[in-house]
Design a protein around this ligand. Sequence first.
Ligand SMILES: [Fe+2]
Length: 295
Amino acid sequence: MELNAILADLGSEAAKRTFLLACKFCFERRNHPWYDARLTDNYEIGRRFVAAVRPERLADFEAAFRVFEVDPGFRTQYRPGFLSQDEFGALEKAVATLESAKFETTERERHGRFKIRNSPRFEAIARKLRPWVEGIVDEPLELSFTLFSRYDGSGKLPPHLDSPDSKWSLGICLASPRPWPIHVSRPIAWPPEPLPDGTPLDAVAADPSLEFGEVLLSPNDAVLFSGNAQWHYRDAAPDFGAAHFDILYLMYVRRGSKPLTRPAEWADFFGMPELEQLHRAFELKAQGRMAGSRQ
Ligand SMILES: [Fe+2]
C-alpha cells in the first residue's frame, strides 16, 4: 500500500501521528550493515518506537527479546556422518526432486547461491531432529524455517549474523565437490552492538577476540551454531565446475518465540496496538517506497 493510501486508511489523527513517528524511526540509519540484519534492525527500531509511544512497556519489549540471547559458553557443534544411511538417502532423494523453477535467484549475484525456503520436503526431518537440537542447546524449540542453499563456484558469504529467526542453525551438507569451510565465531551478546562507522566486514573476520573456528563439511556432516549470536562467513568458493555445494539449514527458535520474529504479530503479542503502525512502516520500507530505504 502506498503512503497516501495508508494515511487515508488510518482514519484518526492519533493513528496517523503514530504511523508517521514509526516511519521516522524507520528512516534512521541502519544499525547493522551486514546481510540478513533486517529483523535485528527492526528490533532496534521497535525499541526506539516503544520508548517514544509506550515508555512504560519498554522493559517488557526488551525482556521478551532476551530469548534470542545465547549462553556465551556454547560452542559450535560439528557432527561428521550425522544421519543414518537411510535418513541421508531420503534427504538426497528429496533434494533430487526439488524443482529448479522453484529456486529463488535473488542471491545469485550477491552470494552465488540459489535457495528454497520452507520446502515441505524437509519438514519431516526438521521435526525429527528437533529433540536432538533441544538436547544440545538445552531449551524447548520450535521450527522457525528450513532453507536449502545451492552454491555454484561463485559462492561467497561475507561475515554476518543472521536474524533472530535463525537462533539455532543446524546445517547438514548434502553435496561438496571440493572443500569449502564455513568459519564460525564464539557466541556474542544479542542484540549485537552496531559496528563502528566505516568498519569493513573483513575486519570482523580478522578479529582474534571472536575466536573464529573453521568447520569443513562433507556430505552428511552437520554443524550446529547460533545464527544470530555467532558471526559466520565463507570465503570465495573454489571452482566447483558444473557441480555445486548443497546445504540444508534447519532453523529453530525457543518455543513460543516465533511471533517475535514476525513484526506483523508484535501488536497482538505485546497487546500494544501501536505496534501495528510500526509494522505498516516496516512494510512500506521493505517495499522500497520510502526515500532513503536501504532494505
Ligand atoms: Fe547466515
